[in-house]
Design a protein around this ligand. Structure first.
Ligand code: NAG
Ligand code: NAG
Length: 465
């Protein structure tokens, strides 16, 4: 009997030794229900990894979604930016077919297949750039009307990228978000400005920078340290949410960098893959003074906010007059079907936010909040012009615009619900192509991050054995 008891105790004891495990330290608090929301992490994992992620990947590889128009040449409006880093992996390949020399195109060089594919893609992008010329007069008029309606007061991000002659189409599939080597004080300054000056932090809250963190070039400096979260408690639920969204975005970016880390870099091979150490440095509870798991929870929070925006925007995409126009009617039709399927899936997800807490204040309060959010978000999108690394700038801009679009949707519920089913000249709610592309690609990043967490979880548990 005694032996049995001892064994039973031993069995009970085993889980208690787990807290020291690396997997546990990253994920122990990333489980169960999330604050401000009636949902739990496990349900999101299953929903995303099995259903949402694969469908979304398919959608995002279509022509409509892979070409993003962006101006990467804006000057940083807040401080003098050091000339853009010469890191090879920071470069963004814009689509300019003329830059590919004839010789390479026609030779049997081993890269010719890749180059040819790139060429075709670039021609495709050029076609997309010329969308207007192939539109009927009626559609062109409608677009003009939409543009006029899509007025400044509704925008959450800077609009100039859409109209600027400096903007180029970038093929997102050819420019994946991954480790670039961009870090240190410069990268640090970006997040510093966002957290310190653009997250509704009261001026009275002063907190010394964490010297340990800044020396190492860690890009999470200001979210760590005890007491940092205490100022959050004084904020209304939406402003608290804003901070968590930014932190979630930051987490997602860092998950991507850890999952597409440059592991091999020599004359015969360059290989990107998972770097568990890098992941731990950013998310392990012990190595981050307890912040890591909070960051991961914020990622799920961001996922839910964007998911909810997708659910809410369904009526806009259901309008018969809406097309994912690329000039190939059959493919365009199929992609619209896939898009609607995805949005209906988002709508069917059972665990959304408590509608009575978030974005649900009285009308005057709501419009003031919307304005606060809008201005702050616009400012953050300008800070993205200060990101020295072009590839990081590209993805930073895309993701802030995507999140901005999600917020615009959440703040426009009434307008979306009142959209006429038959089409009208002056719709009360509009999204530009760029907003649509960024919304879905941004959600695609977050969805990929959630999926990557599954990979890191299993890598960490294997590393232990
Ligand atoms: C915009 O961001 C910059 C840089 O962080 C900051 O100095 C400025 O106060 C912000 N402006 C507004 C209106 O929030
Ligand atoms: C993984 O990242 C760490 C930094 O977190 C770095 O020191 C290490 O060299 C990386 N490992 C590989 C295989 O590149």
């Amino acid at each position: 009997m005694k032996l049995f008891l001892f064994l039973a105790l031993l069995l009970v004891k085993i889980p208690a030794t787990l807290p020291s495990s690396a997997e546990h330290r990253c994920f122990c608090k990333v489980t169960g229900s999330l604050d401000d929301c009636a949902c739990d992490v496990e349900t999101i994992d299953a929903f995303n990894n099995k259903d949402m992620f694969p469908k979304l990947q398919k959608l995002l590889s279509s022509d409509y979604f892979r070409f993003y128009k962006v101006n990467l040449n804006n000057r940083c409006p807040f401080w003098t930016d050091n000339s853009h880093c010469g890191l090879r992996d920071c470069a963004v390949k814009p689509c300019t077919p003329n830059e590919v020399p004839e010789g390479i195109k026609s030779s049997t060089h081993k890269y010719s297949k890749e180059v040819n594919e790139a060429m075709m893609e670039c021609e495709m992008a050029e076609k997309l750039g010329a969308v207007d010329s192939s539109l009927s007069e009626e559609t062109r008029q409608a677009l003009l009307e939409w543009n006029r309606h899509d007025d400044e007061s509704e925008r959450f991000c800077m609009a100039d990228d859409e109209e600027s002659p400096d903007s180029q189409y970038v093929d997102l599939l050819l420019n994946p978000e991954r480790f670039t080597g961009y870090k240190g004080p410069e990268a640090w300054q970006i997040w510093n400005s966002i957290y310190e000056e653009n997250c509704f932090k009261p001026r009275t809250v002063k907190r010394p920078l964490n010297p340990l963190v800044s020396n190492s070039g860690e890009t999470f400096p200001l979210v760590s340290g005890r007491g940092f979260y205490s100022w959050l408690e004084g904020l209304c639920v939406e402003k608290r949410a804003f901070f968590r969204l930014v932190s979630g975005l930051h987490s997602s970016i860092n998950i991507h960098l850890s999952a597409r880390y440059l592991l091999e870099d020599n004359w015969f091979e360059r290989k990107w893959g998972h770097n568990v150490t890098e992941f731990q440095q950013r998310f392990d509870e012990d190595l981050t003074e307890g912040e890591g798991p909070k960051r991961l929870r914020n990622l799920y929070f961001l996922y839910l906010i964007e998911l909810r925006a997708l659910a809410k925007v369904l009526p806009f995409f259901e309008q018969p007059s809406f097309h994912l126009y690329t000039g190939q009617p059959k493919q365009d039709g199929e992609m619209k079907e896939l898009l609607l399927e995805l949005l209906r899936m988002a709508k069917s997800f059972p665990l959304h936010f408590d509608e009575t807490t978030l974005f649900a204040g009285d009308k005057r309060e709501a419009s003031r909040l919307k304005e606060d959010f809008r201005l702050t978000f616009k400012n953050i999108s300008r800070i993205m012009d200060c990101v020295g690394c072009f590839k990081c700038r590209l993805w930073g801009k895309l993701q802030t615009q995507g999140l901005g679009t999600a917020l615009k949707i959440l703040f426009s519920e009434r307008q979306i619900e009142s959209l006429p089913k038959t089409g009208s000249n002056t719709p009360a709610f509009q999204l530009s192509r760029q907003e649509i592309v960024s919304l879905f690609n941004a959600f695609g990043r977050i969805s990929t991050s959630v999926k990557e967490l599954e990979n890191f979880r299993s890598l960490l548990s294997k590393a232990e054995l």
